[in-house]
Design a protein. Structure first.
Lengths: 277, 272
């Protein structure tokens, strides 16, 4: 039989040392954020240099940067970006406003919900871009049809988010409004809209993303300007390096619009404790 | 989605001198749960005089909250009637203080406290006067512009109390407003509530599951039976005011009445 010796386990504070360079790098979120794309570009560049990637489809990032400078110098790309942004924004507003209005209406009134929801639910699964030919027949091939198709796509995203937002408002707040004898409109203004705002903003974020997707496809038709048009055009003339520049622009536009909505959300919802993202 | 109970509260407004502030006669409420009917409360008769502070204790699920929600016009009764005397037609009938935090997260504390007045279209100056008064009485003046998420649970319930009083209703209905607070905050808020109440002399119906709380606050304590809730017994509480929570608890009479109420309540909680 052995006797186990008793041992003492000591817990002490770790020795305090200043952060090393590596620690500081790890903590810099900006540095961490650009590390992965940088790595991809370096690997990409290397693979094209040794001939493992087909230059016809994946031109070396360095050559894309060269064409980017050319395009930026000519300035045309900004005019086209402005057209795309304009179409996105007009379509977004035309879709988001009715989306919010109907979302709140259906959220607050079971009667309106029972009346309209089946119609909206039946239209929702139709791929929005499949409606584009019909939209062009109705609105012509000009700007109006682009606004309309973007608006339709945005509407559904914003509508469903708003509806979910209103339906999910804590019952107690409705009781408060009811106890204080709020009218329908006061209920809307003081409870439904602010209560659903976080959801409304989520819907706007989904909606603006959808707006970009739709506008880039729609710019293939009946226009000579816009980033979408340029992408399709560079496909027709097989100008792959330019196409990558346009794709990069579209991606920046997508990122920028998401950020803009987030900024707006932080400004409009000061009562939220923590902002995601 | 909002409940829209038909108003069955009688608003005749005329009151003979002896008429109580609140008169409840034969009040009952049945709910349908699936195919079965459940009786929440049954044959409740109750008179509350103007300026009286009534506490109702009962086992959980006895329909206390249902009774309160009917008086708040949030639900309609299925039998009987409740009458509230309206002394001033410009005053709202009732304001409720809810158990959970019901302070609106998207408004500053000031706007929360002003909520009822703002909905009624009271003038800015009048709102400010009343809101400032009750913010000061609840010790919230320093937090007037804060949002609720910046405040503790106790502070939020203070705001709830301030909002109800600022609305200047005929009667105040309180549904276990301090149940979720820790002991220390509870004692503080009980004393603050008594102080504010003694300044305004509003008629209060306060629901609680805590016998101690009922004894500390009330002029009268009413014991409810288990479901279907009926009024089982009534105790007149004569402790002098102003009351302090722990002075009162040291009083042997407090313990004696408390035990008597618990004996009654115990039968209801345990069952026959």
């Amino acid at each position: 039989m052995t006797v186990q010796a008793r041992s003492l386990v000591r817990i002490t504070a770790p020795r305090q040392t200043g952060p090393t360079l590596l620690d500081r790098m790890r903590r810099s979120s900006l540095l961490m954020a650009i590390l992965a794309p940088l790595a991809i570009l370096i690997v990409w560049e290397g693979l094209t240099r040794v001939g493992l990637l087909d230059q016809r489809f994946f031109p070396a990032p360095s050559s894309i940067i060269v064409s980017m400078f050319d395009l930026v110098e000519s300035g045309r790309i900004f005019i086209d970006a402005a057209w795309t942004i304009g179409r996105m924004l007009v379509g977004f507003v035309l879709g988001a406003v009715p989306g919010i209005v109907f979302g709140i209406l259906l959220g607050l009134s079971p009667t309106v919900r029972a009346f309209l929801q089946p119609v909206i639910a039946a239209l929702y699964p139709v791929p929005k871009i499949a409606l584009f030919p019909l939209i062009m027949m109705i609105f012509g091939i000009g700007e109006a049809s682009k606004w309309a198709i973007v608006a339709i796509a945005v509407f559904f995203q914003v509508f469903y988010s708003t509806l979910a937002g209103v339906v999910n408002i804590d019952r107690i707040y409705l009781d408060v409004a009811s106890n204080f004898k709020a009218t329908r409109w006061q209920l809307c203004r003081t409870i439904a809209i602010p209560g659903a705002l976080p959801f409304i903003f989520t819907g706007c974020q989904l909606g603006i993303g959808m707006a970009l997707v739709i506008v880039v496809i729609a710019e293939n038709f009946g226009t000579q300007v816009g980033l979408g048009y340029l992408i399709w055009q560079s496909w027709q003339v097989f100008e792959v390096r330019d196409m990558f520049v346009y794709l990069l622009m579209v991606s920046l536009l997508g990122y920028g619009s998401q950020m803009a909505i987030l900024r707006l959300q932080r400004a409009v919802i000061p009562w939220k404790k923590d902002d995601a993202g | 989605m909002s409940s829209d109970p038909s108003t069955t509260l009688d608003r005749t407004g005329l009151s003979p001198p002896a008429f109580p502030k609140i008169r409840v006669r034969g009040l009952g409420k049945r709910f349908q749960v699936g195919k079965a009917w459940v009786e929440a409360i049954k044959a409740i008769d109750l008179d509350v005089q103007a300026g009286e502070f009534i506490c109702i204790v009962g086992p959980s699920g006895c329909g206390k909250t249902t009774l309160l929600r009917i008086l708040a016009d949030l639900e309609a009764p299925t039998e009987g009637e409740a009458t509230i005397e309206q002394s001033d037609p410009s005053n709202p009938l009732s304001s409720m203080i809810f158990q959970e935090s019901s302070i609106l997260p998207w408004m500053s504390i000031r706007r929360n406290v002003a909520y009822g007045l703002a909905l009624r279209g009271v003038s800015e100056a009048e709102i400010d006067k009343s809101v400032d008064r009750f913010l000061a009485l609840t010790g919230l003046d320093r937090f007037a512009d804060a949002y609720p998420h910046q405040l503790s649970g106790g502070m939020k319930q203070r705001a709830s109390v301030a909002r109800a009083f600022a609305n200047n209703p005929e009667i105040l209905l309180m549904d276990e407003p301090f149940a979720a607070l820790d002991e220390q905050n509870k004692a503080l808020l009980q004393e603050e509530l008594l102080r504010i109440w003694s300044e305004t002399r509003k008629t209060v119906i306060f629901i609680t599951h805590s016998i101690d709380e009922a004894l500390v606050l009330g002029d009268r304590v009413i014991v409810m039976s288990r479901r279907p809730g009926r009024l089982k017994a009534e105790f007149k509480i004569d402790f002098p005011r102003p009351r302090r929570v722990y002075d009162l608890k040291a009083n042997p009479e407090f313990g004696r009445i408390g035990r008597e109420i618990w004996t009654l309540l115990r039968e209801e909680v345990v069952g026959p």
